[in-house]
Design a protein around this ligand. Structure first.
Ligand code: TRP
Ligand code: ZN
Length: 859
């Protein structure tokens, strides 16, 4: 927490190279719950004239020594956030002793103690809570870490790199020394000490290195870590095969903890994971859990090259490592499972959360230009839109060109801290493709809008396509310029002629493309595979969209046509304040998919799913909240009624064997549970849902039953939920799922239910997983109650955010997101939201995290 006048954002334009480098960082930790002593010995070297200024926060400074002489108070200056050494000379060794209180660290940044485990989290700027340091990613040092602790209490003492020594001290404590030979920035430092179950295995890399793989998980959870271990080995193999990248140390460790702010962290040689993204077995994990574990294990592993070996010059370049690494993990997941489903999921994230962020007061380019609290910029824009920008590069350069560019980038910059420009330059140099204009994707925020026109001359068979692009102003940026937009299209012909695929590269405001000698007027599938993160509107009628959905060879295109179909139908209904008219052609298509599902059952399930509230909302300003919710609910009911026999037939035809996480079985469960969801709204819904719950042999089916019960409001819902909670009290991750379902209850009773949850023995305000399971779910998956007209939903979230800010600002700032975009709603909701934001702004002890978001959003 800082006072108002210090709250000046940092700007990319003000970047200055470091004045001092640190070549070696030696750390000694004497662990203690309330008074951990850290002795940091820094070998420094001047790079240019200027001051030796180190960052530090919430530290108790015990002593500063410069080259064997303890400094007097007159030889350095301390502020709440810094330490300046007045006469350091050009080279030297600085020894700094600080005291920390890990037990009281509820922010989970720096060194914290939770559930008996000491754990660090340093990205982005947490290392400054451990010692005074030039805590910026372009200062790379070789780290040696000594951990001193009582071995009986803390049998495992871990840090980055290789273990070099372990000895017993005269006082009975143990000392373990770790050395990481790869120079790294402070944000990649990690230390973990605790008692764990330990799973180990070996992996031989393509370069012949034998690597020890180790997982450290809570006692009793060993059996739940095998899937993650296998996923790690798949990721290591995949990176060798796809990009020629092999692991570079003899040891790779993964620690799972339940107290964690995000998903996982790629610390060199010692990843720390949120335990929900490691632990899984067939009785407690859903198909989605298994998917997420493999994807995040891959993500953190892939950072070893894209993030660790080559890192960011400054935090404005975050997408350099995150956009690229998300792209890599998406490619990995696509190769391990279904490319179509992976693409659908990635596109859903962009169309819901990322488009919403562009429309919010927090709008920013994938390379932001000013930042107050860096933690606020780990966003869907930097991560997921960043990954889309990398994907566009691959589309433009081709896979081979892209691979060559990545190889050039890694070779050229190994061991360096670089910029997004350096990355694009390497792509350009390796391929000879001029990417000058493409770079605008890094500096311009907002969602481009494309409009398209088709003209066909039947006499000559000539098709003329006219594309126009325009990007609306965003909160951070008024002027927008044209971007380079790769638009993949497919031309479909009724007469059975072979479909044609083309890549159009739109690089100005308006452009025409021509195709000759076509057999007849084609049906154009626009933006195939979502080849650019844009909004594209066509004036296709519903028959044409259903034709694409039924006939296109590309699964993604079929799904996308259904999305456009629903958008169109629902928009008309909103305009006419009526219920949607479901064309007979739609029912025919749905019946067809239910009676004879496609070979890809998961895709069939997606084709049968309505877009969710957030996806639809992205198309409106202001958002017609009540109309959309009502239409979604009523449409589900209409479909249930109209398709009852087919739904039942499909449901009964799909019999699940013993649980197995495989692409085929995942698809089967997805389709069966989609049918169940519709069936829940019919007269015999209660019977079906209860039977489904009772027969289920896996978590995916159980949760599908609970959600269906909740949404369709069946009489037994409460009973099933109580049964579920009772059976699973011992597993916090399953309890989180229970909390999710309770919080998604779309009826008024949710408020009492939430209140009760916070009194549940498993709930803790200090545990981000629990808080998110309750209030994250409420604000993001319960539109009817969260967006209540009377503001009760908004007020509850504001109250929670206020409370959490005092405990964990990073968590509070993530939770507040849905309150920021008041401009997107009607007058009544706007007033409720603005009032709450004003109240938040007036709090005396607001964190930087909340301050930045609240102040950006206030009118
Ligand atoms: N670098 C991490 C990743 O993407 C994410 C991360 C950033 C993080 N800050 C964090 C994780 C704080 C945990 C806590 O993989
Ligand atoms: Zn990452």
């Amino acid at each position: 927490m800082t006072t108002a006048q210090v709250r000046q954002p940092k700007r990319l334009a003000d970047y200055q190279a470091p004045i001092f480098s640190i070549t070696h960082t030696d750390l000694v930790f004497e662990l203690d719950a309330t008074a951990t002593r850290v002795t940091a010995t820094l070998t420094f070297k001047r790079q240019q004239p200027g001051r030796l200024l180190l960052e530090g926060q919430q530290l108790k400074l015990e002593r500063v020594r410069l080259n064997d002489r303890v400094l007097t108070a007159a030889e350095f200056a301390q502020t709440a956030e810094s330490l300046e050494i007045f006469a350091p000379g050009d080279t030297g060794v600085l020894e700094i002793v600080t005291l920390l209180n890990p037990e009281q660290n509820t922010a989970l940044e720096g060194l914290y103690l939770a559930e008996g485990v000491y754990c660090t989290q340093c990205e982005a700027e947490g290392f400054r809570r451990i010692t005074y340091y030039p805590d910026r990613p372009d200062v790379l040092a070789v780290f040696t870490t000594t951990i001193i602790a009582n071995r009986n209490e803390l049998p495992f003492l871990l840090s980055n790199g290789n273990k070099v020594r372990e000895s017993r001290l005269p006082d009975g404590r143990t000392e373990v020394v770790w050395h990481d030979p790869y120079p790294k920035p402070s944000y990649l430092f990690a230390l973990v000490a605790g008692d764990f179950d330990h799973l180990h295995d070996t992996y031989v890399t393509s370069t012949g290195r034998e690597v020890l793989l180790e997982f450290f998980v809570q006692k009793g959870a060993l059996a739940r870590s095998h899937f993650a271990m296998a996923a790690l080995k798949r990721a290591m193999r995949w990176d060798e095969q796809r990009f020629g990248l092999a692991y570079d140390l003899d040891r790779y460790m993964v620690v799972a903890v339940d107290f964690f702010n995000m998903g996982a962290m790629e610390n060199k040689g010692l990843n720390v994971f949120n335990s929900k993204f490691v632990l899984a077995d067939d009785t407690s994990a859903t198909d989605t859990d298994y998917f997420n574990i493999e994807s995040i294990i891959g993500h953190e592993y892939f950072h070893n090259w894209t993030g660790n070996r080559v890192t960011c010059r400054d935090w404005f370049q975050l997408s350099l490592k995150e956009g690229l690494t998300v792209f890599r993990d998406q490619e990995f997941s696509a190769d391990m499972g279904s490319p179509t489903l992976n693409r659908i999921d990635a596109v859903k994230v962009i169309r819901t959360a990322q488009f919403a962020e562009d429309a919010s007061p927090m709008a920013h380019p994938i390379r932001p230009e000013q930042v107050l609290e860096m933690n606020n910029f780990y966003t869907v824009t930097v991560y997921d839109k960043g990954a889309e920008v990398i994907r566009m590069l691959q589309t433009l350069l081709g896979k081979a060109g892209f691979n060559a560019g990545l190889a050039c980038y890694l070779q050229r910059h190994d061991g360096q801290a670089v910029t997004c420009d350096d990355f694009v330059q390497a792509m350009q140099d390796a391929t000879g493709y001029d990417l000058q204009a493409f770079r605008r994707w890094y500096s311009q925020s907002g969602t481009p809008e494309l409009s398209v026109k088709e003209q066909f001359d039947a006499a000559t068979g000539k098709l003329t396509l006219t594309l126009a692009q325009q990007t609306p102003a965003t909160a951070d940026q008024q002027e927008k310029l044209p971007l380079v937009i790769p638009v993949k299209i497919e031309l479909l012909f009724h007469d059975g002629s072979a479909a044609q695929q083309h890549l159009l590269i739109l690089d100005s405001s308006v452009q025409q493309f021509q195709f000759d000698n076509l057999p007849q007027a084609p049906l154009v599938v626009w933006l195939e595979d979502f080849s650019a993160p844009v909004k594209l509107s066509t004036d296709y009628d519903v028959e044409q969209l259903l034709a694409i959905a039924s006939r296109a060879s590309n699964g993604f295109a079929r799904w996308d046509a259904m999305q456009q179909f629903w958008h169109k139908i629902i928009k008309d209904a909103v305009q006419q304040s009526a219920l949607p008219v479901l064309p007979e052609a739609l029912l025919t298509a749905f019946r067809q998919w239910l009676i004879t599902p496609l070979a890809d059952l998961a895709l069939t399930a997606e084709l049968l799913t309505l877009p969710d509230f957030d996806t639809l909302a992205a198309h409106y300003a202001p958002i017609p909240v009540d109309a959309l919710l009502n239409i979604l609910q009523e449409t589900t009911q209409l479909l249930s009624k109209a398709l009852l026999p087919e739904l039942l037939g499909c449901y009964q035809q799909l019999t699940t064997p013993a649980y197995h996480y495989s692409e085929a079985d995942v698809g089967l469960r997805a389709l069966k549970n989609r049918c169940l969801h519709y069936l829940a709204f019919t007269a015999e819904g209660a019977k079906r849902v209860t039977a489904h719950y009772q027969a289920a042999n896996n978590m995916t089916d159980i949760l599908a039953a609970l959600h269906a019960a909740q949404h369709a409001n069946i009489a037994q819902a409460g009973e099933l939920m109580a049964d579920f909670a009772k059976r699973n009290e011992a597993n916090v991750h399953v309890m989180d799922k229970y909390f999710n379902v309770v919080a998604a209850n779309p009826r008024d009773s949710v408020f009492d239910a939430l209140e009760k949850l916070t009194a549940h023995p498993v709930f803790s305000w200090k545990n981000p997983n629990r808080v998110r399971a309750v209030y994250g779910a409420f604000s993001q998956r319960n539109a009817p109650q969260f967006h209540r007209k009377d503001g009760k939903g908004y007020a509850l979230l504001a109250e929670v955010v206020t409370k959490v800010d005092a405990i964990n600002p990073q968590l509070a700032a993530r939770l507040i997101t849905p309150l920021l975009s008041w401009q997107r709603y009607d007058d009544g909701r706007q007033q409720q939201l603005i009032m709450l934001l004003r109240e938040l702004a007036s709090l005396p002890m607001l964190s930087d995290d909340l301050y930045e978001k609240v102040h950006k959003s206030l009118p």
